[in-house]
Design a protein around this ligand. Structure first.
Ligand code: NAD
Length: 478
């Protein structure tokens, strides 16, 4: 397998202006497997200038033509699925089965966006003032600068590229410095589909490439999927530059509420998937469980059995269920949370396998955690979940809402009234009943509170990449 090591700017493959490169390690081994151009401010400026120059023509291109490019891209990704999955698996350390699942979702997401973009319309065309007709248009903003994370590198990039380009904006995308390769493969597949400058990829770190992109005065909108701290950095950059629009998909700490009437076996299966899928590196990961005392022991016993059955083998093997985390630093951070949870003295750890190579860490359930413990309140972003017992007297909804995060939550119950009231009381952008994790492109994904603002996927995402314009026509001129 060869990995693209150059950036894609103005329709050309290019090295960093100063020729700098980075070594990228495979999380399974810790050994370097590829090199990547280490971009800088000059590269961002080049890409933004190209995107700016390409904007007027792209904005005037009929949406049907833009959509056709996306439909072709979807077909090409479908045909390239295996290669893309192998790149993602190697670069992120994902089991190949998970990487393939993601690659199978992507063409469907592209096709949804391509179709939905053609249904966009203004809300009014009427006479609100005598003799004058008002029309609402939805127009593109200009150059969008998007910054993507490392946990689902290609899927998250697709959620940014699709609404931005289909609504007539041009784009400069910065993948995470840890995981640039699937996005660069996408650029190879798309290179003849868009006019030069419409879609650009600049690789490099957040502190220089990312920071320049979100502070650039010709960038009219920045979108980020990343941590809350990076979201704050974008807000500051926007305030200090040109008040650009922000679309922020940030961290999460999803609660799972398991009531006495829950199907416990179902809950165990969904929690294991929700907590350990992608090594728990998921903003919607099932990371704090609130379990009623009447089903607590049964649920914990089920989790114990299932965690010990997680297979942390070779990520190229179809049966492997969990891989390592992304970097050595992240592994140490995750293990720090587990050690501090243990040091509280009131918890017990259930741990699965740890192959001990690369950046693997053992899947962990922290039983006996209390509301207020660090492990219950802070995003770990690794294969760790906590169990907190509740009784009839505890207001578990208040515990679930007692957080600055608000991305996702789930409720396990067979009582329809309880399910309905919980789904309205929980302050999270997604609430699942008797499930955890599935997403679909027709439905919005995004946070309440500090989990961000704006929605990915759905027609809401398309709307956010447009500006509303009122056109008023005076019909009384001679
Ligand atoms: P991160 O914030 O460290 O990095 C995200 C991206 O921002 C990277 O490309 C990075 O290079 C860039 N970046 C860093 N500093 C920057 C700066 N000052 N200016 C501009 N760009 C900068 O996040 P991560 O570690 O890659 O991802 C993990 C985080 O992402 C978690 O908090 C997770 O919950 C969140 N996340 C959220 C969603 C969602 O949909 N809400 C999805 C996936 C991940």
């Amino acid at each position: 397998m060869t990995y693209q090591s150059k950036m894609f700017i103005d329709g050309n493959w290019t090295d960093a202006a100063d020729g700098a490169v980075d070594q990228v390690p495979a999380p399974t081994t810790g050994e370097t497997f590829a090199e990547i151009a280490h971009g800088g401010v000059a590269d961002v400026d080049r890409a933004v200038a190209a995107a700016d120059a390409a904007f007027p023509d792209w904005a005037r291109t009929p949406v049907g033509e833009r959509a056709r490019a996306f439909l072709t891209l979807a077909d090409r990704i479908e045909a390239d699925q295996r290669t893309l999955a192998e790149i993602e698996s190697r670069n992120v350390g994902k089991p190949i089965s998970l990487a393939l699942e993601e690659m199978e979702m992507i063409p469907d997401h592209l096709r949804f966006f391509a179709g939905a973009a053609r249904t966009m319309e203004g809300r009014a065309a009427s006479e609100f003032v005598r003799g004058k007709t008002s029309i609402i248009r939805r127009d593109p903003l200009g150059v969008v600068g998007s910054v993507a994370p490392w946990n689902y590198p290609l899927l998250m990039a697709i959620w940014k590229i699709s609404p931005a380009l289909l609504t007539g904006n041009t784009l400069v995308l910065k993948p995470s410095e840890h995981t640039p390769f699937s996005v660069l493969r996408l650029a190879e597949l798309a290179q003849d589909l868009f006019p030069a400058g419409v879609f650009n990829v600049v690789t490099g770190d957040g502190e220089d490439v990312g920071a320049r992109l979100v502070a650039h005065p010709r960038v009219r909108m920045s979108s980020l999927t990343g941590s809350v701290d990076t979201g704050r950095a974008l807000m500051r950059a926007s305030a200090d530059s040109n008040l650009k629009r922000l679309h922020l998909e940030l961290g999460g700490k999803a609660p799972v509420l398991v009531y006495p009437d829950a199907d416990v076996a179902l809950a165990v299966g969904k929690i294991i998937e929700g907590a350990f899928c992608n090594s728990g590196q998921d903003c919607m990961a099932a990371s704090r469980l609130y379990v009623h005392e009447s089903v607590h022991d049964e649920l914990v016993a089920g989790l114990e059995k299932a965690v010990k059955e997680l297979d942390l083998g070779d990520t190229a093997d179809d049966n492997t269920t969990m891989g390592p985390v992304i970097t050595a630093a992240h592994r140490d951070r995750v293990e720090g949370f587990v050690q501090r949870a243990k040091a509280t003295g009131h918890t017990e750890l259930i741990q699965g396998d740890n192959p001990g190579t690369g950046f693997y860490t053992a899947p962990t359930v922290v039983v006996g955690a209390r509301q207020g413990d660090e492990i219950v309140s802070t995003e770990v972003f690794g294969p760790v979940t906590s169990v907190t017992r509740f009784t009839d007297r505890d207001d578990v909804i208040a515990w679930a809402n007692d957080t600055e995060y608000g991305l996702a939550a789930s409720v396990f119950t067979n009582d329809i009234s309880r399910a309905m009231s919980a789904s309205s009381d929980l302050q999270f952008g997604t609430v699942w009943i008797n499930d955890h994790l599935p997403v679909t492109p027709e439905m919005p994904h995004g946070g309440f509170k500090q989990s961000g603002n704006g929605k990915d996927m759905s027609v809401y995402a398309l709307e956010e990449y447009t500006e509303i314009k009122h056109v008023m026509i005076n019909r009384e001129i001679a």
